[in-house]
Design a protein around this ligand. Structure first.
Ligand SMILES: NC(=O)c1ccc[n+]([C@@H]2O[C@H](COP(=O)([O-])OP(=O)(O)OC[C@H]3O[C@@H](n4cnc5c(N)ncnc54)[C@H](OP(=O)(O)O)[C@@H]3O)[C@@H](O)[C@H]2O)c1
Length: 341
């Protein structure tokens, strides 16, 4: 049955949601798009009308896909409950509700059975978590997980459109300044304050994503722990992460070291990966961020056994953070809603 759909936010994720709704021929009766400012936007040659969000305009919407940022000034805290009061089911991309008790946190390939428990609000996990849990979901099912340690290499677009633009602006300015110089003499430091991140991102990496917590971990690293446990429904898994911003535009990469609960071997884990929905296991090749950009899968490669530790393995995984890490996952949840109702 066709649905009245609203998309809130037309930044990096919101635009991707609109593209994916179109690509997947989502059954839309009426589409409304909201952001802070009203305007027309163009996506793949088609023009879309964006309305300024206000308290009055939420009637008659079945599914509201929120990508309007989080926190006090973001759209979700201000408007999600108003959409729900008017009868919509909200699928929220931000961090405001993910760990709330009555809010299912969903990666459809792993826990779509929890979608029907919603009370009007469903949360989309963080991009780093989504791809890790998709990659590990089949392995968890087959062999259990005692622990995993994740190091991420996260694209600038993971922090939104302005963040990605800052990588471009810093890079192009430095290239322009150094046009006639050979590389060893490059002046690689920008001569003004970083445009978006807390350090220069062009030609650099930064091991701080989110604020530091008392534990010494960052908010982004804690999300990986809390969200993965909630999605897998298993608080016994010991999880630890280091999240790093790298000068890549789109697609996050992750090196994951995991230990299974049951005895496991490469053959069995390869079988689990090959049978995992949403995963493309590359036995003999690599997947790099540029390869993953614009695709829907979580690519897994470099599965290997730790020779020193029993039942312990490494894998490398890459996914488009704007698609599977955000917009696609949200649209998949919405698709499940259309099937359930
Ligand atoms: N980027 C990723 O890879 C990623 C992955 C997973 C989850 N997320 C989450 O998805 C959400 C959107 O992220 P993004 O990367 O798309 O951000 P973005 O590029 O900064 O875009 C934000 C959009 O939200 C709109 N907005 C902001 N505050 C609003 C408000 N109070 N009311 C209505 N609209 C508002 C903005 O409107 P205007 O255009 O009018 O300013 C803009 O269109 C965030 O919560 C983020 O944490 C992002």
């Amino acid at each position: 049955m066709k649905k009245n759909v609203a998309v809130i936010g037309v930044g990096a994720v919101g635009v991707e949601i609109l593209k994916i709704l179109e690509e997947r021929d989502f059954p839309i009766a009426n589409l409304r798009i909201f952001a802070r400012a009203a305007r027309k936007i163009e996506i793949n040659g088609a023009s879309y009308k964006v309305e300024a969000i206000s308290d009055e305009n939420f009637d008659n919407i079945d599914i509201a896909l929120f990508a309007g940022t989080e926190g006090a000034k973001g759209a979700s805290l201000q408007y999600a409950h108003k959409f729900i009061e008017k009868g919509a089911v909200v699928i929220d991309n931000g961090n405001d509700f993910r760990l709330k008790k009555n809010v299912p946190l969903i990666v459809p390939e792993v826990n779509k059975d929890k979608i029907s428990t919603h009370k009007g609000l469903i949360a989309n996990p963080n991009c780093t978590t989504i791809q890790a849990v998709t990659a590990l979901g089949g392995i968890y099912k087959r062999s259990g997980l005692a622990s995993f340690i994740l190091t991420s290499f996260q694209a600038a677009s993971g922090a939104g459109k302005k963040a990605a633009e800052s990588l471009w602006n810093e890079t192009t300015a430095l290239v322009e300044n150094n046009k006639n110089v050979c590389f060893e003499r490059l002046d690689k430091k920008i001569d003004k304050a970083p445009e978006y991140f807390n350090s220069q991102i062009a030609f650099n990496v930064n091991p701080q994503i989110g604020s530091f917590l008392d534990s010494g971990f960052t908010g982004e690293e804690q999300k990986v722990v809390d969200e993965s446990r909630k999605i897998l429904g298993d608080d016994s898994i010991k999880i630890s992460a280091t999240c790093v911003r790298v000068p890549v535009f789109i697609s996050h990469s992750e090196a994951i070291y995991f230990t299974t609960k049951k005895d496991a071997d490469i053959v069995g884990l390869e079988k689990a990966l090959n049978e995992s929905a949403g995963v493309k296991y590359l036995k003999d090749s690599l997947c790099l961020p540029l390869d993953a950009e614009g695709t829907d899968e979580v690519f897994v490669s470099r599965l290997r056994q730790d020779p020193f530790c029993r039942n312990s393995f490494w894998l490398w995984c890459v996914a488009d953070n704007l698609r599977k890490g955000a917009a696609l996952n949200a649209v998949q949840i919405a698709e499940n809603l259309t099937v359930q109702n």
